[in-house]
Design a protein around this ligand. Structure first.
Ligand code: MG
Length: 297
């Protein structure tokens, strides 16, 4: 199941991707609930709300889809003129891995780290598919970074590598856009990387969330970044230095991960600059393609 957030007639809704279009999950579920009567419970109207309440699950989406199918209601609940937004508009925290592909560490002249390195991207930097990334005039180099991201589904503290995957609610594509000149200057001055990773629009995410049931092995997915149709990054998540369970176990050892938190697993080699007028397309196999234009700011 692929789940997303969209806007239609000024209203935000949770949608399910179907062959007919985007199904308005909130309305479809309401109808399903009415038929079920007292047995059904109310659910929040946003993906983050559903994650927080622990109701974001394959079963609920599958039941709702089966219901609309059975009663021939798919077209009745298909969204009109939807425009996609980021699946999670304001995640509590976005934790992003640095140097988690050996070839990418090498291209920056860095050693392969012994432990995961990660930083936070501000939740206000999040944008959705087709929304523009703003390249400010004062920046001299802005880079794309295609990454596989996971969304946490349950409060997670001190997970082990064995239990870590139980906390993964979904996968998505994340473009860890970076003001490289600002980052290099900050590193040189021994300052944190925070601002170069957290500028407004520097965290495109989406186009949807894919539930784990659809992903056989998250550690064998092809990922690539195209700019204006030209391939700039191309690798596989099999090259990750720290696996998803290793990352979650490490992070949650002394820091609680909350439902809706996003972990971006790092970018492979091939990072390069983008300019106003460019179009970035980040693809992770089986997860989706996230397209964003770059505009001057
Ligand atoms: Mg990155």
């Amino acid at each position: 199941v692929k789940v997303l957030t969209y806007e239609s007639n000024g209203r935000l809704s949770v949608g399910i991707v179907t062959q007919e279009g985007i199904l308005d999950f909130n309305r479809a579920y309401k109808a399903y609930k009415a038929v079920q009567g007292a047995k059904a419970k109310s659910i929040p109207q946003t993906i983050l709300g559903m994650l927080t309440e622990g109701v974001f699950a394959e079963k609920l989406f599958a039941e709702t889809l089966a219901f609309v199918d059975r009663y021939g209601l798919v077209s009745a609940f298909t969204a009109e003129d939807p425009s996609l937004r980021a699946p999670i508009l304001y995640p509590g925290k976005i934790l992003a891995l640095g140097l988690n592909y050996a070839a990418h560490a090498a291209e920056g002249g860095h050693k392969v780290p012994a432990d995961p390195i990660y930083f936070v991207k501000a939740s206000t930097s999040v944008i959705g598919p087709d929304e523009p990334v703003v390249h400010h005039r004062s920046l001299t180099r802005v880079d794309h970074e295609v990454e596989l991201a996971v969304v946490i589904g349950k409060r997670c503290f001190q997970a082990t590598e064995e239990t870590a995957m139980d906390f993964v609610a979904a996968y998505t594509v994340l473009n860890d856009v970076t003001a490289r000149d600002m980052q290099s200057a900050d590193i040189k001055a021994s300052h944190p990387w925070f601002r170069s990773k957290s500028l407004d629009t520097f965290c495109p995410m989406g186009p949807h969330l894919v539930l784990p049931e659809e992903i056989n092995d998250p550690h064998s997915l092809d990922l690539q970044m195209k700019v204006n149709g030209e391939v700039r990054q191309h690798a596989s998540t099999s090259d990750l230095i720290f696996s998803i369970p290793a990352i979650i176990a490490h992070m949650s050892e002394m820091m609680t991960l909350e439902p809706g938190d996003v972990i971006s697993t790092g970018t492979p080699e091939g990072i390069s600059a983008v300019h106003p007028g460019d179009v970035m397309e980040a693809t992770v196999e089986g997860v989706g393609t996230l397209r964003n234009p770059v505009v001057a700011g």
